[in-house]
Write a protein that binds this ligand. Structure first.
Ligand code: DGT
Ligand code: CA
Ligand code: CA
Ligand code: ZN
Length: 568
């Protein structure tokens, strides 16, 4: 739904018109339209397609044309012309609380400010108090507004799964104007949440690159536009994206530097010092002579290390391991032969078995595990024994049509209050594998219940073992160390749930599981076919937890995988 997006744009147009001193009548028309669109319960795109934009009060012909243009082209030319008349950072600055467009204009006219930093220093000057309507109190309020605005922005972190497609889109858009380009920062390290997006590119014409970047169609506003660094805010999720442009000869060093993490870089710098070398974003130097910089591999090579995968760069022993030649050979997306956890429309999924199978084939899988909810999870369409058997029959029917892939009959079975599983053993025995999950009683003896469930020979996998939701829930009251230990003892597999808001086990727990030699399974917990694409997030977590493919159940062909289950 693009209602908020379009409403924001109209508010921005009103801001800019106010800044340039346009008529109050026009300004109010945009503000009113923005408000009405934001409040509307209908999807504006659907209204437009049905020719019913006029259903929203306050939308006249001019505004309707803007909406049409935006929906068709992704921009509003009037807006583009308007903002080309003001400094690119101003649309952003107008969002600072306690600072309206008129005041901003007043300060701009008198101090020629261009950025938030300029604004801050203008507010420190004596002369500012002499401007009409600017008392000490007002200046103080604007300063507070700036602080609030900046802290709000820096404290907000966003899920990797939401940030990834945003970054891929920007990189695709930038590709034609640069020689090399890559995301860096926490996103390249596949951290579960992202503070801001960092992108690095190499290009000769830096100006052209920067110009192209700040004109990104889905950017909401420009925060900074310098010679080698620019920052924009991306519409919709309001993430900040920083772009840095460097010479090709420094690209590798810059990529290394801006990928971080900071702790990893600090350790690397200390090692450089020992070797009487200097490392920075331009290269590695001996005295004034640059010895490497073009490739990241080259940078690590100077220090006697093989390439260290970005997911490992958290100063968790990777530098030591690299020096000793003991880095793990990390699992890769292409090693994954199937998804272990997909819900069908027999329970609360929305995709039919056949659609799921087609999607799995398109992803190059050799098998897909259909794990619907069990009978007690009524809210999630949990299957009665009868429905489960119906589903299994349907799987048999569809299996005949798709001989190239194995459709596995699985279930995500509730671990009940007493640690028992939600189907009798003889039903569990009919399944190819069983995931056991806690879906209720998050604070009631969770560790004991999981341990009891692991004693059941039909329970192969513990699903989302800590129950946390990144955006909203801390997780069960569970002693994960004991769970890992008992999994090792019983041969139970622990899940990396790859859904972007779960990523559970997380990276550090995967690392612990690895130390105890526990097998892991990666499942997307998809409730529709599109969600099956979150597999890459699960692989990211596995890599951050140093996992090699032989520890991951879904890296084995079906026959070997089933042999690795507990019950045999
Ligand atoms: P984030 O954005 O909070 O999710 O985390 P990062 O890791 O993306 O951090 P960010 O965006 O502040 O900076 C990107 C990278 O730049 C960071 O991972 C390492 C490098 N970097 C930033 N500041 C420093 C610093 O003071 N020293 C060193 N050595 N590297 C830094
Ligand atoms: Ca970042
Ligand atoms: Ca950054
Ligand atoms: Zn579940």
């Amino acid at each position: 739904m693009k209602n908020n997006e379009i409403a924001d744009l109209f508010d921005e147009i009103a801001d800019v018109l106010e800044f340039t001193g346009d008529s109050v009548f026009k300004i109010n028309a945009y503000r009113k339209a923005a408000r009405r669109i934001r409040e509307a319960s209908e999807d504006i795109e659907q209204l437009y397609q049905a020719g019913q934009l006029s259903k929203i009060p306050g939308i006249g012909k001019g505004i309707a044309e803007h909406i049409e243009e935006y929906l068709k082209t992704g921009r509003i030319s009037k807006y583009k012309n308007l903002i080309s008349e003001i400094p690119p950072t101003f649309v952003e600055m107008m969002k600072i609380p306690n600072l309206g467009p008129k005041t901003l204009k007043l300060i701009y006219d008198n101090f020629k400010i261009q950025t938030i930093d300029d604004l801050k220093s203008a507010l420190e000057k004596e002369e500012i108090l002499a401007l009409p309507g600017m008392g000490e109190k007002k200046v103080e309020n604007i300063k507070k507004g700036i602080k609030l605005y900046l802290s709000k922005k820096t404290n907000r972190r966003i899920s990797l799964g939401i940030a990834l497609p945003v970054v891929f889109a920007i990189v695709d858009y930038m590709k034609p104007v640069c020689q090399r380009i890559s995301p860096c920062g926490s996103l390249r390290r596949m951290k579960e949440t992202i503070g801001d997006i960092d992108i690095l590119c190499a290009a000769d014409d830096k100006n052209k690159v920067m110009e192209h970047f700040v004109n990104y169609p889905a950017r909401q506003s420009v925060i900074a536009k310098g010679e080698t660094k620019g920052s924009i805010i991306v519409r919709d999720n309001l993430l900040q994206a920083d772009l840095r442009v460097v010479e090709s000869s420094s690209y590798g060093a810059a990529l290394q530097y801006f990928t971080g993490s900071k702790d990893h870089n600090i350790k690397l710098r200390a090692i450089a010092k020992e070797k009487e070398l200097k490392i920075n974003e331009y290269g590695v130097f001996r005295g004034d002579t640059k010895i490497v910089g073009e490739t990241e591999e080259g940078v690590y090579e100077v220090f006697g290390m093989p390439f260290i995968a970005p997911e490992l760069r958290e100063d968790r022993g990777e530098i030591e391991a690299a020096i000793e030649g003991k880095l793990p050979i990390l699992v890769e997306e292409k090693d994954i032969l199937g998804d272990m956890h997909v819900h069908t429309n027999f329970s609360d999924g929305t995709s039919a078995i056949e659609e799921i199978v087609k999607k799995a084939i398109s992803m190059g899988y050799k098998f897909v595990g259909l794990a619907d909810h069990s009978q007690t999870s009524k809210f999630a369409g949990g299957l009665t024994v009868e429905r489960l058997r119906e589903r299994n029959k349907e799987i048999d029917r569809i299996s005949k049509k798709y001989p190239g892939i194995t459709i596995l009959k699985a279930a995500e079975v509730d671990i009940l209050g007493d640690g028992k599983l939600d189907y009798p053993d003889e039903i569990l025995a009919e399944l190819d594998f069983v995931i056991g999950s806690i879906h209720q009683g998050f604070k009631k003896n969770v560790t004991e219940r999981m341990i009891a469930a692991m004693e059941n020979r039909y329970l192969d996998i513990i699903g989302h073992p800590t129950g946390r939701l990144i955006s909203s829930r801390e997780g069960y009251d569970v002693d994960i160390d004991r769970v890992i230990e008992h999994a090792a003892k019983t041969g139970t597999i622990l899940e990396i749930n790859a859904y972007y808001d779960r990523l559970d086990l997380n990276d550090t727990n995967v690392f612990k599981a690895r130390e105890k030699k526990v097998m892991v399974s990666i499942g997307t917990d998809a409730h529709n076919t599109r969600m099956m694409e979150y597999m890459k997030l699960g692989v990211g977590v596995a890599r951050r937890g140093w996992l090699e493919k032989h520890r991951i159940i879904n890296c084995y062909p079906v026959r070997e995988m089933l042999v690795k289950r507990k019950r045999v």
